[in-house]
Write a protein that binds this ligand. Structure first.
Ligand code: CUA
Length: 185
């Protein structure tokens, strides 16, 4: 090959590489754009609540002690659900929530990393030992929803799920301690 043809082929290679770099750049910008757009418009974003908790003392006192788990309505009408994700069950196994009201979900784990999602909603978060996972949502439809663990957490992973019972607002009646449990059906 002559010097000139080597130079020409190198130029072609450089041209090709720049073309690919440009294409990949456009793709990355598009993906980032979609992430930012969905985060700002339809509330899809990575869980970002950085709140620490001692996983070894979860059950001893505080909000994740057994008697405080489940659904609580505070004096201002705010609905908070507290759930412990543990190998291999959710405590409690059924949670009651009202239709069309903002619900705060707070989850913690004493053992390994679990993950939760509630079918048909935007609830989807990891539950990491040492942190409280917190997400908000509203449930537009009544009925039972499945809440499976979606992070492999051991041999019983596939048995780990809970039920979310969405009840009409007029049937959602807290008891005198502000607690609401699933109706027995
Ligand atoms: Cu918990 Cu999988």
């Amino acid at each position: 090959m002559t010097d000139r043809s080597i130079e020409a082929s190198e130029r072609r290679i450089l041209g090709n590489e720049l073309l690919w770099a440009f294409g990949v750049g456009v793709l990355i910008a598009a993906i980032l754009g979609v992430v930012v757009f969905t985060a700002l418009t339809i509330g899809i974003n990575p869980p970002s609540n950085v709140e620490r908790i001692d996983p070894k003392a979860l059950h001893l006192s505080g909000e994740f002690a057994e008697q405080n788990l489940g659904t609580t309505v505070d004096s201002g009408g705010g609905v908070t659900v507290r759930v412990v994700a543990t190998q291999f069950m959710f405590v409690p196994r059924c949670i009651a929530v009202p239709q069309n009201r903002r619900v705060t979900l707070r989850l913690a784990t004493p053992d390994v990393i679990h993950g939760i999602l509630i079918t048909g909603t935007n609830v989807n978060t990891m539950v990491v030992p040492g942190f409280v996972a917190q997400v908000y949502t509203e449930f537009p439809h009544t009925g039972d929803l499945l809440m499976p663990c979606h992070e492999y957490c051991g041999l019983g992973h596939s048995e780990m799920w809970a039920t979310v019972q969405v009840v009409p607002e007029n049937e959602f009646k807290p008891d005198r301690d502000g607690r609401v449990s699933c109706a027995q059906r």
